[in-house]
Design a protein around this ligand. Structure first.
Ligand code: HEM
Ligand SMILES: *[C@@H]1O[C@H](CO)[C@@H](O)[C@H](O)[C@H]1NC(C)=O
Ligand SMILES: *[C@@H]1O[C@H](CO)[C@@H](O)[C@H](O)[C@H]1NC(C)=O
Length: 559
């Protein structure tokens, strides 16, 4: 199959070039004007073909399906959705090529090969490939996620100090009041779009953690005054310099920007073009920017607006005295770090600080919120899981007793299993992008420098060899005492990635998810709304999202 595929793929290029040689000879002999025209046209076609096929040439030995000219495997992606990566792994094995338009990817889909790419060969594969939407946007490019080489190394080590366990533990009292406030919005018997509430909640908590600002998205509009979140009133009294209106604008822009970064064919025209013919992307983008209402124009406007807002916040905080900034929020910690040494001052120029702060907001809210909604959705459909979970949570103690970081870690083993199984079942980040910085051998193939190498945690998560009955939701498979768990490859479950570039927010998001789950299940359980589609539909962008949201009925517990 793959051999035949390759022939189909290459015959086009060969045809063009032999035709071209024929025309050339003919033209030289006769030199008539029409022959010259054909020669030029054929040459041009040859150049275009060479341009389109060049990146794939170095990967021709890898197995993979036949690619359409120009669009590559994009039709497969739109036909199957991300399931396509599992289907292809089954057919071609754990390493294969996939053509995103002109851009070839090498997909890596076994625990052992992920270890090779993510850990063992990190020296050669330490950067992330940068997708075309991001290349045009500083605010995305200058965060930790897409930064390369030694700058990444330096920024990562500064940020790692911010995510230390002791700091995370100290955030619980700041976060809990927001959770309580959001929980207070639920009413017995009501139908809600849980995923909307969840996104608002995690944006509010990240607003607090990132800026020390209350975005107020989960404020009860009727009783706003009565439920002022606490930490802002008490301990670290964050400066409320930004009126709620600006915060709301910011959030609007932020949601918009998130949903616009699509990986599939529904993005802006220039992004689509960027996947097909990268050379034309920048000129096309320039042109489209002049077209009011085009997706490109809207995206540019959004990016500019976001940058202005963030730069404003950063500039304002920079001029504040250290003591007025608040000690705990991410932005203050970053600014304080910046003032500590000359090297850091150089490293953390204002545009990088803005990008890092924005990234914190972006990376932290959508992913965590998706996972929380998935958990509630799945638990609602599995009464036996719900029962066991409720028992564990009730046994911990009185409803008002907020667990410490240590207790979250040690006293809720079943919740931990439910969370892991949720992330296996609905993997929010099914692909992890990396790029080869030099020629490197992976899985027996030599991959040229510049190859995009994408690990596929979403494929691993549904592998029946590692997870028997992969389409059954069964938290007990993550019981560390179970045979299944003991037998499993250590890198079979990597929803947060692996190696030196693993998700920096992993512990933070797990801590938050557990806090929210505990608070919610102390007061409520949920049932699927009849207004929700089955099966649930997803849309695939940089991270996965629900197409229509998770709609649930709220049932108050009387205990
Ligand atoms: C359920 C929640 C989350 C999931 C599933 C998730 C998943 C991921 C994954 C798969 C990666 C790529 C890792 C790799 O290349 O090996 C990543 C990277 C990253 N994540 Fe998360 N993430 C989550 C929450 C967060 C939160 C809360 C933050 C910040 C507060 C965050 C910040 C980042 C950053 C900055 C990176 C880039 C790290 C680097 O390149 O050095 N993430 N995340
Ligand atoms: C990452 O990218 C930087 C800058 O392009 C380059 O100098 C470095 O060698 C790359 N590192 C790896 C491990 O690929
Ligand atoms: C996910 O989709 C919902 C619509 O279901 C939308 O309101 C929300 O903003 C999206 N979330 C993100 C993070 O883009």
């Amino acid at each position: 199959m793959s051999r035949a595929g390759k022939q189909v793929e290459w015959s086009g290029a060969e045809m063009i070039s032999s035709e071209m040689m024929g025309r050339l000879a003919e033209a030289l002999l006769s030199s008539s004007p029409s022959a010259i025209f054909f020669t030029v046209a054929a040459l041009a076609a040859g150049v275009v073909a060479a341009y389109l096929y060049a990146p794939a040439w170095g990967l021709r030995r890898l197995p993979g399906p036949a690619a359409y000219p120009l669009i590559g495997h994009l039709p497969l992606l739109s036909k199957h959705g991300p399931e396509v990566f599992s289907i292809l792994a089954e057919r071609y094995g754990p390493i294969y090529r996939f053509q995103m338009g002109r851009q070839p990817l090498v997909v890596v889909a076994s625990p052992e090969l992920c270890r090779e790419v993510g850990i063992k060969k990190f020296k050669s594969i330490g950067n992330r490939s940068i997708p075309s939407p991001v290349r045009c946007s500083t605010i995305h490019r200058k965060g930790l996620f897409f930064t390369k080489g030694s700058r990444w190394q330096s920024m990562r080590s500064v940020l790692t100090s911010i995510y230390q366990p002791s700091h995370l533990a100290s955030l619980i009292p700041d976060i809990q009041p927001y959770i309580k406030r959001a929980g207070g919005l639920l009413r017995h018997g009501e139908e809600i779009t849980f995923s909307d509430l969840s996104l608002k909640l995690f944006t509010d908590t990240i607003g607090q953690v990132a800026f020390g600002v209350d975005f107020g998205l989960t404020k009860d509009k009727d009783a706003a005054a009565a439920t002022v979140p606490p930490s802002s009133a008490s301990s670290s009294s964050p400066p409320q310099a930004h009126p709620p209106a600006a915060a709301a604008d910011f959030i609007q822009e932020h949601f918009y920007a998130t949903t616009q970064l699509k990986m599939d064919l529904s993005g802006s025209l220039s992004i689509i073009l960027g996947m097909l013919v990268p050379l034309l992307q920048e000129p096309a983008r320039r042109l489209l920017l002049c077209v009011p209402g085009s997706a490109d124009r809207r995206m540019e406007d959004t990016n500019m607006a976001l940058r202005r807002m963030l730069d404003g916040i950063v500039a304002e905080r920079t001029t504040q005295a250290e003591s007025d900034r608040g000690k705990k929020n991410f932005l203050s910690v970053l600014l304080n770090a910046k003032e500590s040494t000359e090297d850091l001052r150089k490293l953390l120029a204002p545009d990088y600080v803005s990008a890092l702060t924005y990234e914190h907001l972006l990376a932290g809210s959508a992913t965590t919120s998706f996972t929380m909604s998935s958990l509630v959705y799945l638990v609602a459909a599995h009464p036996e899981v719900e029962q066991r979970l409720l028992r564990e949570i009730d046994d911990f103690g009185h409803k008002d007793r907020v667990p410490s970081a240590e207790e979250l870690h040690n006293s809720f083993p079943y919740l931990e299993q439910v969370l892991k199984e949720t992330m296996r079942f609905f993997t929010v980040s099914p692909l992890i992008a990396r790029e080869a910085g030099e020629d490197v051998e992976v899985g027996g193939y030599v991959l040229p420098k510049g190859t995009w190498l994408w690990m596929a945690p979403g494929v691993l998560a549904k592998d029946p060899k590692q997870f028997p009955d992969p389409h059954v939701f069964r938290p007990e498979r993550f019981d560390p005492e179970s045979e299944e768990c003991k037998k499993r490859h250590p890198y079979a479950f990597i929803p947060f990635g692996l190696g030196p570039r693993v998700c920096i927010g992993q512990k933070f998001s797990v801590q938050q998810l557990k806090l929210v789950a505990i608070h919610l299940y102390r007061h409520y359980i949920f049932r699927h709304s009849s207004k929700m589609e089955t099966p649930l539909e997803f849309q695939f962008s940089i991270v996965v999202n629900f197409t229509h949201g998770v709609k649930l009925q709220v049932i108050e517990r009387n205990i």
